[in-house]
Design a protein around this ligand. Structure first.
Ligand code: ST9
Ligand code: ZN
Ligand code: ZN
Length: 341
């Protein structure tokens, strides 16, 4: 067991199913964000999901109204913020950096808590989430990418969850190995009982706790700590696929859509440094820099727990590896700074 493992070459590239991104031609077309704003293949739309998402947003707006009109106890508001952090960590530290990318390891109790927090976020089971995410990294911006940003801003943000998957997604996914995911009994357990667990973690728990601990009205608790908090976390997560594939700089690789986006980093608890992340997906920091300076709350928690051995084998790219890549494929934003040094 090591606390850190530093890569000085593309040591982990194969293990994480990553293409050599160097071969990509310059594809970014910033103006098309407006043209492609809502660009859905209507014949493939899953209307059940459209209806459910519409309903969710009605509850979301009602939840915001209950907060703004002063009908919600302050404890319920604070509790919802805490649930946002927990659910967010379940996604960033759990299914993203631990299970999808294996960028570090964690002891069973930490994985157990992450599994519960990931369920609180209700973004599909860890297995499905990680499967789609690995396919996104392997086939970024092709038809095999589940949320292919080339199909427009709305599709990348949430449209992909309302349409049947492109056949290439399934075809591409079949070429990857996901057996490691189900080998974790926690992932298998969660996948098996997913809907029941979601009901408890995402809705029943967040409703009952405010009702019993500070006498909140059950409907207010359900709307605010349940639906409103859930919808906020969903949109913050989705900005990684939309905004952080459209708006921002590309210091590490200018040939891809993924960008460095500070707003997304802030909302998504450190996941907005997406140009870096697509170049070094095995890096537990999901950014060249860690800690508070880059709103990378997730990195802070992983590092803190590693002090006690609760998390270990934290993988990172070496500084020299990063610098070589910046000079080779980065856009001018960082290359210029480095050359002037
Ligand atoms: C949600 C997920 O919101 C959000 C993920 C965002 C990812 C962001 C990543 C960015 C980085 C991390 C940042 C974190 C930031 C966090 C910030 C926090 C503050 N490979 O799917 P099906 C096969 S979910 C291989 O039904 P359809 C497979 O055999 C929101 N094979 O396709 C599968 O069968 P099974 C709540 C694959 O029928 C079969 O195909 N959830 C793959 O086209 C059918 O699969 C929802 O809204 C693959 N990748 O339906 C649910 N995929 O599964 C929405 C599929 O049995 N989803 N196969 O093995 C659905 O309803 C449907 O999936 C569908 C497509 C309608 C979209
Ligand atoms: Zn991405
Ligand atoms: Zn990733």
């Amino acid at each position: 067991r090591e606390r850190f493992i530093i890569a000085d070459d593309d040591d982990f590239a194969d293990e994480f199913h990553i293409h050599d991104l160097e071969e990509r031609e310059l594809k970014f077309r910033p103006k098309e964000i407006y043209k492609d704003l809502v660009n859905l293949d209507w014949s493939q739309v899953v209307w059940r999901n459209v209806i459910l998402f519409t309903l969710l947003h009605v509850y979301f707006v009602y939840g915001i109204y209950l907060v703004l009109s002063g009908q919600t106890a302050w404890q319920t508001v604070c509790f919802s913020v805490v649930l946002y952090w927990f659910g967010g960590l379940g996604i960033t530290m759990g299914c993203h950096r631990l299970w999808a990318h294996k960028s570090y390891k964690a002891v069973f109790p930490v994985r157990f808590v992450l599994m519960i927090m990931q369920t609180l976020a209700f973004q599909n089971s860890i297995y499905e989430w990680s499967r789609d995410h690995r396919v996104h990294h392997k086939f970024t911006e092709t038809d095999a990418d589940p949320h292919n940003a080339k199909r427009g801003f709305f599709f990348a943000h949430m449209g992909w969850l309302m349409t049947r998957k492109h056949p290439d997604v399934v075809r591409g996914g079949k070429t990857l190995d996901f057996s490691d995911l189900m080998e974790d009994p926690l992932v298998a357990f969660q996948h098996k009982y997913y809907l029941l667990l979601v009901l408890l973690c995402c809705f029943v728990g967040p409703t009952l706790i405010p009702v019993f601990l500070w006498n909140e009205h059950w409907l207010t608790a359900l709307m605010v700590s349940g639906f409103m908090r859930y919808t906020f976390v969903l949109h913050f997560t989705w900005t990684v696929n939309s905004l952080a594939h459209y708006v921002g700089t590309k210091p590490y690789d200018k040939t891809m859509y993924a960008t460095e986006n500070p707003l997304v980093a802030y909302l998504a608890m450190g996941e907005g440094w997406h140009n870096y992340h697509h170049v070094f997906p095995y890096d537990y920091r999901a950014s060249e820099f860690g800690g508070a300076s880059t709103s990378n709350l997730t990195t802070g928690v992983i590092e803190f727990l590693s002090r006690f051995g609760f998390t270990y084998d934290l993988k990172a790219a070496s500084d020299s590896l990063i610098q070589k890549r910046v000079l080779r494929t980065g856009d001018a934003t960082k290359r210029r700074v480095m050359k002037n040094k």
